[in-house]
Write a protein that binds this ligand. Structure first.
Ligand SMILES: Nc1ncnc2c1ncn2[C@@H]1O[C@H](COP(=O)(O)OP(=O)(O)OP(=O)(O)O)[C@@H](O)[C@H]1O
Length: 358
């Protein structure tokens, strides 16, 4: 296994001039040895480009890739010793499950006894021990993709295992089980795993560190907790969470903070910079108060939805839409009620030019 350092940019077109010409804007980041990472972002944000640059399928148009300090920018996937799992199964239909799992080890001339032990271990982890002697051709698409996952994980000596949306073809129930399973496997095998997905639940359940990307830019790399509590960029606040963060225009003027044009405090204990800001507060932290409560924004309740595990209250304040998530047993307001919204709380974040400032 290796620590992987990227210091690069990539444009598919020659002579890139503006940001939009880059599939990956200049970035500098490290993947630590033995970590479980997810690359998360919407379609087209550059996840696969980054993964292919790490695996050696693509050479970056600028900069370098190093493994444990060694320059690997132009090394082939074989030289990098990387295992890759794709969206669709890559297996041999004519072989049995055991032969498929053993294949990457046989290729490396691993002794037969070690192959048997490792194949047994991986099959057990993926709950495929009872299928080892079955021909892959006779298995369902789900089961075939499990073999692909197993083949990716079977070699203990790889620099890293890269997964590109590996659960796309998996049935939703099994998907849920496999996400957890992969996390468990990571703890047991201690391999460096890098997992591409556009699904936040998949990223947050699997990874210890999530790299959030948008429009070719890495906007935050952090633990699932950090992405939730302190989104470094408004995109992270909006993209992570269900529903995403609420945003309101704010302005610090002297010692007075205006939110959506309303003066809410006359102190600046948070050390906010003067001038225009964007206030962000997650629906989980947006508390409702009586309409007359101090330091609250007055709002009208537009919708109350019982989602089962929580109640979602949609409000409108000064023309801005906000959502609050209440506990299922909390007293919910009625549609049309006027309520106070406590938008200032220790969880409130402030942004300028989309970047977190306080
Ligand atoms: N071979 C290519 N030639 C030219 N442009 C490309 C090529 N591959 C990707 N791109 C462009 O680079 C950008 C990033 O694509 P990339 O596939 O890395 O994104 P992604 O986040 O993996 O998206 P998806 O989830 O849809 O695969 C996109 O604008 C895409 O159109």
């Amino acid at each position: 296994m290796s620590r992987i350092d990227l210091d690069l940019a990539h444009a598919y077109r020659p002579n890139p001039k503006e940001d939009a010409d880059y599939a990956l804007l200049p970035l500098k980041m490290s993947f630590e040895d033995g970590g479980a990472y997810a690359l998360l972002g919407p379609s087209g944000c550059g996840k696969t480009t980054m993964l292919n640059i790490m695996s050696g399928l693509l050479i970056p148009s600028q900069g370098s890739v190093t493994f444990d300090g060694r320059d690997m920018t132009r090394a082939t996937p074989q030289q990098r010793n990387i295992a890759q799992v794709f969206q669709f199964p890559v297996i041999y239909d004519t072989m049995t499950v055991a032969e498929n799992l053993a294949f990457p080890l046989r290729n490396r001339k691993v002794p037969a006894a070690q192959i048997k032990a490792r194949v047994g271990q991986i099959a057990e982890m993926l709950e495929m021990s009872h299928q080892l002697d079955l021909r892959a051709a006779n298995l369902s698409a789900d089961q075939k993709q499990k073999i692909s996952l197993g083949r990716g994980l079977v070699r203990p000596d790889v620099s890293a295992v890269l997964f590109d949306e590996p659960l796309t073809v998996i049935d939703p129930h099994l998907k849920w089980q496999l996400r957890r399973k992969l996390k468990q496997i990571h703890h047991e095998l201690k391999l460096t795993l890098i997992y591409v997905t556009h699904d936040q639940v998949e990223a947050l359940t699997f990874a210890d560190h999530v790299v959030v990307m948008t429009r070719g830019k890495v906007v935050q790399m952090g633990t699932p907790d950090a992405l939730f509590e302190r989104p470094a960029h408004t995109f992270v606040g909006h993209f992570i969470g269900s529903p995403g963060m609420n945003f309101l225009p704010a302005s610090q003027q002297g010692d007075s903070l205006l939110v959506a044009g309303m003066p809410l405090t006359r102190t600046n204990g948070r050390g906010l910079p003067q001038g225009e800001l964007t206030l962000g507060i997650r629906p989980e932290y947006l508390a409702l108060a009586p309409a007359s409560a101090d330091a609250c924004l007055s709002a009208t309740v537009r919708q109350v939805q019982d989602i089962g595990t929580y109640v979602l209250v949609s409000c409108e304040a000064m023309g801005h839409k906000l959502k609050a998530r209440l506990a299922p047993d909390a007293a919910a307001p009625a549609v049309g009620d006027t309520v106070g919204l406590r938008v200032l709380d220790r969880h409130t974040c402030f942004y300028r030019n989309e970047e977190l400032v306080a």
